[in-house]
Structure formats: C-alpha cells, structure tokens
Design a protein around this ligand. Structure first.
Ligand SMILES: C[S@@+](CC[C@H](N)C(=O)[O-])C[C@H]1O[C@@H](n2cnc3c(N)ncnc32)[C@H](O)[C@@H]1O
Length: 270
C-alpha cells in the first residue's frame, strides 16, 4: 500500500525524543536537589558532572546552564540518541555552554575519567544491568570516576504496582504518555516495559521506547554500593500528596511504608 502523503500544513509526527523529554525529565528540579544534597555533605557546590546513560544529555545541558563554572561529561551507548542531543540540546544551548559538555559514546562501565564531583544515572537506567557482576562493574567504574568528596545519585523506582503487569496513562501538554509494564518475573525481577505516546488526532506512537530490565531492590543496590567502596548510602524518598501523586519533594529517610509506586534517589558518598 502506498504510504499516505502528509498534506501541506498538516503537523508532522512529533519527535519521540522530544515527547520523552517532556514526559519523564525535569532536570532543573533534580539539579536543585542534588546541589542541596551535595552542599549538605561537602559544604560547597558540585561543579563537575558525569551523566551516565545520558540519552539526549538534557540533564547535562541544564547543568552547564545553571552556572558558568559547571562542566559535564555525558555518556551513552547509542550514537543516534547522542547525535539528537547534540543537535537539539547542545547546539541550542549557546556556544560557551555547549563547549562545557563532552558527549562520550561508550559503555558506562568502560569510563573512569575524568574525575567529577557528582555522577548521576536518571530514569532507572542502571536496571539494564541484570547480573550482579555487571552492576558491580558499573558501580566500580563510576566510583573510581568520583573525586575524593564525590557523590553518586541513582534514580530508582518500586512499589506494589511496580511488580505487576500494568499500564498507566498521564496527560502531558497536548499528548498522552503511556507507561506499560508488560511483564514482571518474581523469580528474577526481570521486567519488560514500554513507553507509548498518544498524539492529538488519534495517532499512537507504539513502543517508542522499550526496556528490558532487572528491577533491583533497594537493599540489593545499597549492598552493592557499599561493596564497591561507597562510605555511606542514603535514600531520598519522594513525598506524595493526598491523592498519592508525587510532589517532586524528596526527603532523606530510613524507613517508609510501601506504596503503590515510589520514586527515590539513592545517593552514594565516596
Ligand atoms: C532509560 S534511558 C535514560 C535516558 C536519560 N538518562 C533519562 O534520564 O531519561 C536509558 C539510556 O541508557 C543507554 N544505555 C543502556 N545501557 C548502557 C550502557 N551499558 N552504557 C551506556 N549507556 C547505556 C541507552 O542507550 C539509553 O539512552
């Protein structure tokens, strides 16, 4: 069948990276939080960042824009995604800021330099490592890339609804973000998830992104971080409102009731 021609004036399908960024990334709030956590421990602002599994490097862009003395290295395996980030996030940030971001196409486990103040891995990306040996390899690499007073922040999720097949919908701007947990294996904690987008006019971008992960538990993650040499590991828990919606406010905590869904930052102190 002939492909349907787009009529003049008809909007073209929005870019999947743009939809993703609008749906699941909010770097400015995260930067404020990491700045506060870092200052509370080290009494100064973190300047050099390493963004692991950076995707389009939106976090690094906002990091270098937040202060003129900030730099970032952003690491991802996927050249197409990095190239999209270079064109749409770095080239639009202005020349001086863009020059302070270095994109590295590599496996995060293979990168141990430069040394940085703060390393982060957002949106649960370390769950791509399903074997404990792989997770340890990653944690060792990022630990050795931290300066003596460095911090690692890993974003993680869980809860009673994280371990079942389920589909969640959320309106974002003029489209709908759909998070599908296709399967969860309680024996291995392997989970297959997808992101779909429903666009104005009825078009659906099916499986715009797919993930094949192991949903690590917090104690497993904490033990692994201590094993590779982190001196302490803290958990910052996102507070929810009366409807159970995330508020974007995170608090350091040691004990919580389980929830249907929770988001945390697990912070390792070198
Ligand atoms: C869930 S996306 C996260 C993108 C971005 N960090 C964010 O917060 O939205 C996962 C990214 O990790 C990358 N990735 C997966 N395994 C990797 C590895 N071993 N080393 C580097 N990047 C990896 C993928 O290419 C993908 O861009």
């Amino acid at each position: 069948m002939a492909r349907r021609e787009r009529r003049r004036g008809e909007p073209k399908t929005p870019d999947k990276h743009r939809l993703y960024q609008a749906s699941v990334q909010g770097p400015d709030g995260d930067i404020e939080l990491f700045d506060r956590i870092y200052r509370s421990h080290r009494g100064r602002a973190p300047l050099a960042l390493r963004e692991d599994f950076c995707g389009t490097a939106l976090f690094s862009r906002q990091w270098v824009l937040s202060r003129e003395d900030r730099t970032a290295v952003a690491i991802d395996l996927d050249s197409e995604t990095l190239e999209w980030g270079r064109r749409n996030n770095l080239q639009t940030a202005g020349e001086p800021a863009a020059r302070r971001v270095r994109l590295i196409e590599a496996d995060v486990r293979a990168v141990r330099r430069p040394k940085v103040d703060l390393a982060c891995a957002m949106n649960f990306s370390f769950c791509a490592f399903k074997e404990r040996t792989e997770l340890l390899e990653y944690l060792r690499a990022v630990h050795s890339a931290l300066r003596g007073d460095g911090l690692l922040a890993l974003e993680h999720y869980g809860g009673t609804e994280a371990v079942v097949a389920i589909e969640e919908r959320r309106e974002v701007d003029d489209f709908v973000y759909v998070w599908e947990q296709e399967s969860f294996n309680p024996i291995t904690h392997e989970t297959r998830c997808h992101i779909h987008f429903e666009l104005p006019g009825g078009e659906r971008l099916e499986r715009a992104f797919s993930y094949d992960w192991r949903l690590w538990t917090l104690p497993e993650l904490r033990d692994a971080m201590i094993e590779v040499g982190f001196a302490a590991v803290e958990v910052y828990w996102e507070r929810v409102d009366d409807e159970g919606e995330g508020t974007g406010e995170y608090e350091l905590t040691e004990a919580e009731e389980n929830q249907e869904g929770w988001l945390v930052y697990v912070v390792g102190l070198k």
